[in-house]
Design a protein around this ligand. Structure first.
Ligand code: X2X
Length: 344
C-alpha cells in the first residue's frame, strides 16, 4: 500500500515536470501572443488592441497580451493560423472564419454565397443556435472560443470595369482567400480565381497580376485599395466573415477562473466594438462609408434585387455542393434562423 502511494506521488511529480510552464496555474508568460491578419488601422486590429488593453488593465498587467498582426507568427500564411493556435505557437487569436475553414469545414457556412442577406442575417447565425454549434465544434477541435467579432460583408472590386452581371466578370482574374469554396464561386461566375494570402494580394493587385479581389469596405479603405488600381466596387454582399476570439487550451487552463472570466468578458466587449466599427457607415440611414469610397474616385455599383438574383442563380450549385461539406443539418438551421430574423 505504501509503495503504491509512493508511486503515485512520484508519478504526480513527474507529470508536473512534464507540463510546459504555460499549463501551470500561477505561472505567467512574459507575453501572450495574439494573432490577427490586419493591424489597428482596421476594425479587426482595433479589436485586438481593445482586448489586450482591457485584459492588461483588469489583471493588473499579469496577462500581458501582445498583438502580432500580419499573421506574422505563421509567416503571413493565414490558413495555417488555426493549427498554430492548437499547437501553442499562437496563444490567442482573432481569426476570420474563412481563414480557419481549411481545418474546420463547418466554418464554410459563412462563405455559402448569398446565405446572409443583411446584418440581421449575420446576427441570426452568430448569436443563435448556429453560433453555439460552431463554438462546440471549435472546442472539439482543441481551442477555446470566447466571442464573436466581424470582418464584414465582402464586396467585389476590380480595375477593369463596373460589374453588374456575372457576364461582366468573364475572364477577369481575382485574388481569392482561404477556402476552396471561393475558387468554386468565382469559377461559377465565369471568372478566373487565384488563391493567395493577404500579404501577397496587395502586390498582386498593384502589379496587375490580378484584376480584382473581394473584401469588406473597411479593408478596402484602410488598405487604400483605390491606389492598387481598384476603381470599381460592386455592393453584392455575397458573403460576410465573422471573426472569432479564441485562446489556446493550455494557456486558457493556466489562468485562474477569475482571470478566465476577465479574458472572456473583455473578448465579448472588444467583439461588440469590432462589430460596431465594422458596420459603421454601412447601415442605413448612415451610409457614409459608401460615399467615402466614392470620394476616392471609385465607381460604386449598387445592384437592384433582380440584378443580385442573377448572381444568386449563378452560384446556386456552389451553395448546394458546399452545403454537403458544411453539413445539411447546420445549413437548414442557418436558413431557418435567417428566415426568422428580425429586420431592422
Ligand atoms: O485576406 C483577406 O482578404 C482578409 C484580410 O479579409 C482575411 O483575412 C479573410
Amino acid at each position: 500500500m505504501m509503495r503504491r502511494n509512493l508511486l503515485l506521488i512520484v508519478s504526480a511529480a513527474a507529470l508536473a515536470f512534464a507540463l510546459p510552464a504555460a499549463a501551470q496555474q500561477g505561472h505567467y508568460q512574459a507575453e501572450y501572443r495574439l494573432s490577427t491578419v490586419v493591424g489597428t488601422a482596421f476594425p479587426w486590429g482595433k479589436g485586438g488592441e481593445i482586448w489586450a488593453n482591457l485584459v492588461r488593465e483588469r489583471t493588473n498587467g499579469k496577462i500581458n497580451i501582445k498583438m502580432y498582426p500580419g499573421v506574422s507568427l505563421v509567416a503571413g500564411d493565414q490558413t495555417r493560423e488555426f493549427t498554430a493556435i492548437r499547437q501553442g505557437v499562437i496563444d490567442l487569436a482573432i481569426g476570420s472564419t474563412i481563414n480557419w475553414s481549411p481545418q474546420v469545414k463547418e466554418l464554410n457556412i459563412f462563405s455559402l454565397p448569398f446565405l446572409m442577406p443583411d446584418y440581421a442575417g449575420i446576427d441570426a447565425l452568430t448569436q443563435g443556435e448556429v453560433g453555439k454549434a460552431i463554438f462546440r465544434i471549435l472546442e472539439r477541435n482543441g481551442v477555446v472560443p470566447l466571442a464573436w467579432g466581424e470582418n464584414g460583408f465582402r464586396e467585389v472590386t476590380n480595375s477593369k470595369r463596373p460589374i453588374r452581371t456575372p457576364e461582366d466578370m468573364k475572364g477577369m482574374k481575382f485574388r481569392v482567400v482561404g477556402s476552396p469554396i471561393y475558387n468554386d464561386t468565382f469559377t461559377a461566375l465565369g471568372a478566373n480565381p487565384t488563391q493567395m494570402s493577404w500579404a501577397d494580394a496587395q502586390p498582386a493587385l498593384a502589379s496587375g497580376a490580378v484584376d480584382g479581389q473581394e473584401n469588406p469596405l473597411t479593408i478596402f479603405t484602410a488598405a487604400k485599395m483605390h491606389t492598387l488600381g481598384q476603381k470599381n466596387v460592386t455592393l453584392w454582399g455575397y458573403v460576410a466573415d465573422p471573426l472569432i476570439f479564441v485562446a489556446n487550451k493550455e494557456v486558457w487552463e493556466s489562468w485562474t477562473p477569475a482571470e478566465r472570466k476577465i479574458v472572456k468578458e473583455a473578448a465579448a466587449e472588444a467583439g461588440r466594438q469590432v462589430i460596431q466599427l465594422a458596420r459603421k457607415g454601412l447601415v442605413a440611414p448612415d451610409l457614409s462609408m459608401i460615399s467615402q469610397v466614392e470620394k476616392l474616385g471609385v465607381n460604386v455599383v449598387t445592384l437592384s434585387p433582380a440584378e443580385r438574383e442573377a448572381f444568386v442563380k449563378a452560384t446556386r450549385k456552389v451553395y448546394q455542393k458546399w452545403s454537403k461539406t458544411v453539413g445539411q443539418d447546420m445549413v437548414s438551421k442557418a436558413e431557418k434562423a435567417v428566415a426568422a430574423r428580425k429586420q431592422r
